[in-house]
Each structure stands twice: as C-alpha cells, then as structure tokens.
Design a binder for this molecule. Structure first.
Ligand code: IPM
Ligand code: MG
Length: 361
C-alpha cells in the first residue's frame, strides 16, 4: 500500500501547536499506515538559529514529498534590512519555486452565530476565493527599486499564461461545486480594477477569453473595492471568485472575517505538481504556546490535503478520511459545546482537537 510522504513544516508562533493538532486528527482519520509525516525546520526561529529560513535540503525534501503541510511562519522582530519579514519567505519561496499558482481559500459559514453579519441564514455563505499565487504585485517581492531612500518602486507583473491557468483552475472548481447559496447558480466572479490599470484590464480580458470554454458557468465581474461591499451585504451571491495575488490576499481575510475569523479559514496552495496546505492565518506569536489558538483552520487544511491527494491518486480512502474530518468539524461546531475562542467560545487548542477526534470516533 502506498504510504504518502508529507513534508511537515511547523514553523513559528502557534504553528507547532496547530500543526500537531491537525496531524493527530489526520492520523486518527487515516490510521498510521497511510501517511508519513516528516518534520523539517523552517521559518523565523530557524533563521535566528541557522541563518536560513528554508535550507536547500528542506526545499528538496518538500519538492519530493507527496504534499507539504505547514503550521504558520513569521516573527515580527525577525526582518531583513529592507524591513520585510524573514519568516514569510518560508512559504513564499515554496510558492514561487514550486509554482503553486492557485491559492484556494474556502469561505464557509458553519453556524450563523459565528458571523458578525446580521441575518445570515445557515449555509448562507459558501464560496471559494482562488488567488493567483505566483505573480501580480507579489512578483516584486525582494526586488523593486529604492533610490537613495527617496523613491521606491514595486512592479506589477501579469502574464497571459499565469492568468489563463488560474482562471481555468477557478472555472474547473466551479464545475465541481453546487453553485452560489443565493440561487444555486455556478458562477465565477473576476475581481480586478480593470477600470484603472492596464494590468487588471488584461487580467479581465484574458479571463473573458477563457470563459468561452465554460458556457455552463455564469461569468461575473467586480472591482476590488466594490466586492468588499458585496461580500458583506450579499455574500450568498458568490460561488467562486478569482483575483490577482494582492487583491486575493486582501479579500480572503475579509471573507474569513464574515464567517468567524482566520481561525476557521483553511488554504491550499496548488500547482500542477505540488500542494502546500496551511491555515490562512499568521503565526500569532502573542498567543503562542498558551493553548488558546484555534486549530480548526489547520485541521480543515489537513482535510483539504487528504482530498487533494485522494483526487490526485484516485484514492477513495483518503477522500473518505477528508469527509470524516470535515463532518467532525461541522458536528463539533453544531453541538455548540466546545467552541474555540475566536468563534466566541472558551475552548483551547487541545480541547477543540479532542472534540473533533471524539466526533470522528
Ligand atoms: C497569506 C499571508 C501571506 C501573504 C504573508 C504572511 C506572506 O498574508 O498567506 O495570506 O501575504 O500572502
Ligand atoms: Mg494574507
């Protein structure tokens, strides 16, 4: 029986505790014969110790693994001379070097009381943001110009190939979903600022070309500013949203806030040959090691990883395990007994992990 090799990077802050929680849940869901988790060091703490945020040896191990599982990285006091954070280089380098072009962020409301929005019905928010993950404004990272501390530039890069593949990914995803909660319509919303910048107008025109191959999916457009209002006022309209890197970064945090916060926001960074799975949240060093972080975003990212591996290897056992974890999270939240703090409860990381495990049993 194939044993799937998972390169595990716990990282910094709450990274280790939420990562261990999710690994425990996955091992319970899959048994210990299916997955092999190998620990690798990386991130800001690693950089402080070794001067390396991601060693070449660790990178090679990640590129040879069946999947990469990550807790969180970054410490605010560990920065480069240009002021940018070191720890983020751990997964930014993996994104770019492994060409993880689709950053997939499900936004799902598990219980109405978790949303800060009024009058949201159960199941009323259920969409996915597909963030382009290898170019856009992030391609300027570590580059750009600083002229005598007077002028600083960062350049936006968009390629036809980069836009086509992430838009196609988003359309294929919409085909697999049941449509928007509002009207069950399969819909792809292109988020941009085509009214202002040529690069975004290019993003929209390439997306519109790709749409011709998906007549069964409704095509919608929204400017990045306007969509922030719609995501709050009529979130049930959305099914799949595709956005450039920086816009995707920003609207995915807003989306997470409408369903309860970053503690319930999983993410998958997917390319044609590799996948990296982690909660969409940061390392939250202020609450690290206090058993107060919510492990749910990382646990749901683990389920996402099992589903991705299951699809990739036609392995029904992995897909069933993913479903078991998702159902256990859903029932744990529906019971409304063991609720993490960021969703208004009192439960710590260990208690939530235990509740999910017992609901799986
Ligand atoms: C995210 C984070 C990262 C990003 C940071 C930590 C590098 O905000 O994954 O959304 O900006 O992409
Ligand atoms: Mg972000």
């Amino acid at each position: 029986m194939k044993k799937f090799e998972i390169a595990t990077l716990e990282g910094d802050g709450i990274g280790p505790e939420v990562c261990r929680s999710a690994v425990r849940v996955m091992q319970q869901a899959c048994g210990t014969q299916l997955l092999s988790f190998t620990q690798y060091d990386g991130g800001a703490s690693c950089y402080k110790k070794s001067g390396e945020v991601l060693s070449e040896e660790t990178f090679q191990a990640c590129s040879q693994a069946d999947a990469i599982f990550h807790g969180a990285a970054g410490l605010p006091d560990v920065t480069y001379p240009d002021g940018t954070e070191v720890g983020n280089d751990l997964h930014l380098r993996l994104r770019f070097r492994l060409d993880l072009y689709a950053n997939v962020r499900p936004i799902k409301l598990y219980q109405p009381q978790f949303s800060p929005l009024k009058n949201v019905r159960p199941g009323g928010i259920d969409y996915v943001i597909v963030r382009e993950n290898t170019e856009g404004l992030y391609s300027a990272r570590g580059g750009g110009n600083n002229l005598r501390g007077e002028v600083v530039t960062d350049t936006m890069v968009m390629t036809r190939k980069g836009i086509e593949r992430v838009v196609r990914f988003a359309f294929e995803l919409a085909r697999k979903r049941n449509g928007a909660p509002m009207d069950d319509k399969r819909r792809l919303t292109v988020c941009d600022k085509a009214n202002i910048l040529r690069s975004y107008a290019f993003f929209r025109s390439v997306a519109t070309e790709v749409a011709q191959h998906y007549p069964d999916i409704a095509l919608d457009y929204a400017y990045a500013d306007a969509i922030t209002v719609h995501m709050v006022k009529r979130p049930d309209f959305y099914d799949v949203i595709v956005a450039e890197n920086m816009f995707g970064d920003i609207i995915s945090d807003l989306g997470a806030a409408t369903v309860g916060g970053m503690g319930i926001a999983p993410s998958a960074e997917i390319g044609d040959h590799h996948g990296l799975f982690q909660g969409a949240h940061g390392s939250a060093p202020d609450i690290a090691g206090l058993d107060v972080a919510s492990p749910l975003a990382t646990i749901l990212s683990g389920a996402f990883m099992l589903r991705w591996l299951g699809d990739r290897h036609q392995h029904s056992g992995l897909i069933e395990a993913a479903q078991r974890i998702e159902t256990a999270v859903e029932s744990t939240l529906a019971e409304n007994k063991v609720i993490p703090r960021d969703l208004g409860g009192l439960a710590g990381c260990k208690a939530v992990t235990e509740a999910v495990c017992s609901n799986m049993r």
